[in-house]
Design a protein around this ligand. Structure first.
Ligand code: TXA
Ligand code: MG
Length: 335
């Protein structure tokens, strides 16, 4: 079972960070908070350590990992090339919830990149992540700290429940701020391409790079992807999940079994169901979404009804995650 150490989210105790860095330097696994979700970290340059990540998550070896660095200088050291838009995006959004895919240097192991000639790099903004990266003096490969395909963790308790036996140490700094994963942008082609919507909105990216293509299928499940994490089978709770109109929520009681619901804003709903209200702004909603899905799953719901979110700019990452969660759900035939 992992050792969970509580740390202050903005001023983590140096002793705890040193202990975690020792585990990482010895080839162990440490789950740590980032501003998006908790990551499952290992020394990105140690092949045996990286293999442990895949084993712990049950992750296919074909799905490459994001490498986390303490600053953009360290990121550039792992990049074979650093295209102009990479510089502009790094300057605008690092540290922060943005991941840049660039050609890799040979020293990045094939396990990390799933054999691709490119590497995904991110400088996270969470003070605990930063402290750990600085103390360990290592690039850290870190996917979200959940079992492959399941909902990402936004608290240390989520990590413990999913991976407690497989990780050496968990740094617990409370709930993460952004709540959904980083935006992934591919910079290896002629134009920057959005592979996964996330913590930095499309609008904000375009304000920096101008032209940004959206990979066909990024945001649409079921389409062949060059970024495997954007496959449909991701971010799903154990319960069936359906996206519904507000009106359908009134019929909550008609469903067999235990039903949960996620609604927008201050809905005047009362029903024989577990109802979680999330803020009606995209940032507030994203912050609470995964915790809501974990909670409904853990309370034994077999169906989760989620009120549809607005189809307006700023909501694309939330819409993407909800669509994927619903896509893998066998609930389509239910009313
Ligand atoms: O916010 C986040 O990004 C979190 C925190 C821990 O940093 N990490 C995260 O990692 O979400 P993961 O492994 O769950 O998702 C990584 C995504 C996947 O969609 C993966 O396919 C993509 O990044 N990716 C990684 N390397 C890539 C590469 N070389 N080319 C294209 N996509 C890549
Ligand atoms: Mg993930």
């Amino acid at each position: 079972m992992a050792v969970t150490t509580r740390v202050h989210p903005s001023r983590p105790a140096p002793g705890a960070i040193r202990a975690a860095a020792r585990v990482l330097r010895a080839g162990g696994l440490v789950a740590f908070p980032t501003e998006t979700v908790y990551g499952l970290g290992a020394d990105a340059l140690n092949q045996a350590a990286v293999k442990k990540i895949f084993a712990a998550k049950g992750r296919p070896a074909t799905n490459p990992l994001i490498v986390h660095l303490s600053d953009s200088g360290a990121a550039r050291e792992l990049a074979g090339e650093w295209p102009a838009p990479a510089g502009a995006l790094a300057k605008a959004f690092w540290p922060g919830p943005l991941t840049l895919v660039v050609p890799k240097r040979p020293e990045v192991p094939d396990q990390v990149t799933a054999g691709l000639g490119t590497v995904a790099l991110r400088v996270p903004a969470h003070p605990v992540a930063t402290a750990l990266l600085r103390e360990a003096r290592l690039p850290l490969a870190a996917p979200s700290a959940n079992r492959s395909g399941e909902v990402s963790p936004t608290t240390a308790a989520h990590v413990e429940r999913a991976l407690g036996d497989a990780v050496d140490m968990i740094l617990d700094a409370g709930s993460t701020e952004v709540g959904i994963e980083s935006t992934v942008v591919d910079l290896t082609g002629r134009w920057p391409v959005l592979l996964r919507p996330g913590g930095v909105s499309l609008e904000r990216l375009r304000s920096v790079v101008g032209r940004l293509e959206v990979q066909e299928g990024a945001g649409e499940p079921g389409v062949a992807q060059s970024s495997p994490g954007t496959l449909a089978r991701h971010y799903a709770p154990r319960a069936k999940l359906r996206i519904v109109e507000r009106a359908a929520l009134a019929r909550l009681g008609q469903h067999q079994g235990r039903v949960g619901a996620v609604v927008l804003g201050a809905a005047g709903l009362s029903a024989n169901a577990r109802i979680i209200r999330l803020p009606d702004d995209p940032a507030g909603y994203a912050r609470g979404l995964y915790a809501a899905l974990h909670e409904l799953d853990d309370s034994g719901c077999d169906l989760i009804l989620v009120e549809g979110v607005p189809d307006t700019p700023g909501w694309e990452a939330v819409r993407d995650r909800l669509r994927r969660a619903a896509e893998v759900s066998p609930a389509a035939g239910l009313s």
